[in-house]
Ligand binder design. Sequence first.
Ligand code: FAD
Length: 385
Amino acid sequence: MGKVLQSEEQAMAVETLRRYLAAEVDPLFAREYRDRFVPREVMAGLMRRLSEFGLISGAVSEQAGGLGLDWLTSLMLFEEVAACSADLSVPVLINSFGAYLLEQVASPELRERYLPGLTAGETFVSMGISEPGVGSNVMEVRTRARRDGNHWVISGEKTWISNGAYSDFLICLARTSDDPRGGLTQILIDRHEHGYEVRGIDKIAFNSQSTAQIFLDEVRVPISNTVGEEGGALKRTLSHFEKSRAFVAAQSLGLARRALEEAVAYAKERRQHGKVIAGHQLIAAMLAEMATQVDAARLLVHRAAQLFDAGQGAEMEAAMAKYFACEAAVTVARQAVQIHGGNGVTRDYLVEKLAREAIVCPIPEGTTQIQQLIIARALTGVAAF
Ligand SMILES: Cc1cc2nc3c(=O)[nH]c(=O)nc-3n(C[C@H](O)[C@H](O)[C@H](O)COP(=O)(O)OP(=O)(O)OC[C@H]3O[C@@H](n4cnc5c(N)ncnc54)[C@H](O)[C@@H]3O)c2cc1C
């Protein structure tokens, strides 16, 4: 890994977290929970510990009970979590953005009730945008919320919902009017109080955490559970994507870095044709390419973070980071398998799992194709959708 410019505080925060992850979390995911679902109480224990290091809590200001970290430091810490376990990074990401959203726009009553548990790592939130017919086209959300006195009555189906099985509450994107742009509203649905049905989705990877379908059947929720103003959710969701995409990029970056580290270690050990394979020029070239991809991904992530911290718009830069880092993870993880030869496709080595995880990364939070369209739109001013 190339050098990274870090302040003393950042270097110390990253190092302390790295030591904890290596000692306590890595063995847990490598052995006990390799491709096995982590039960809620175990995942909650991990969230609690991570929030002490600034994950999740870092997304919330000190006034609101968090640690109020800058975006760059948060992304550096998040890369470490993903390098340890991509599975673990998902609930961290979703809870962080749920907390960030609540602090930014929720009413004082909702904030008081739901933010402290999330910040402390005690509770889990889900963000419900996608539906069976709605993925890249967020504007077409069909889940309906109709007014009935002081309540919303919500019906619909959400899918691919991270944290679904763990969730204590869902921030649901629902249609409250037929206006395509101004008809979407976010509503907080409490699982214990209002209820919703959750069904797990089995995937190629990321099965140690929860991805789920959520069914809403005439769920009655007080109007006061509206998050932000009625009809204002599309604009907000798209602007939140700018930040969350940098985190999905950092997730891929962490994963790719881990694949590189595994490949370097293996190439220094494995001997063929009378020497370690690191000494063969074609392996050396692969390692050089992998390291350059990893570092290029990191530079794009850090640039996006610096723009966020400077309060500047970074839609194109976040899209570039997401696009590049996720595709780099696919390439780097595949090369890591190649360097491992036959061992690389067995469950005895981590790289086969990393390769399966990498394939998933270019899909959520806007696919690679959607990022390309955002970048091209910023360049030309011509929208493709
Ligand atoms: C592991 C995982 C976790 C997720 N977590 C969440 C979550 O917590 N909450 C949530 O709401 N959603 C979540 N999602 C859903 C995710 O955001 C969607 O899968 C994603 O937006 C893509 O939508 P889709 O799967 O419907 O694909 P589609 O939109 O149907 O796309 C299919 C293909 O068509 C391409 N395509 C679509 N439109 C265009 C276009 N205009 N031009 C060119 N190509 C196009 C896409 O790039 C893709 O290759 C998650 C998904 C995964 C896999």
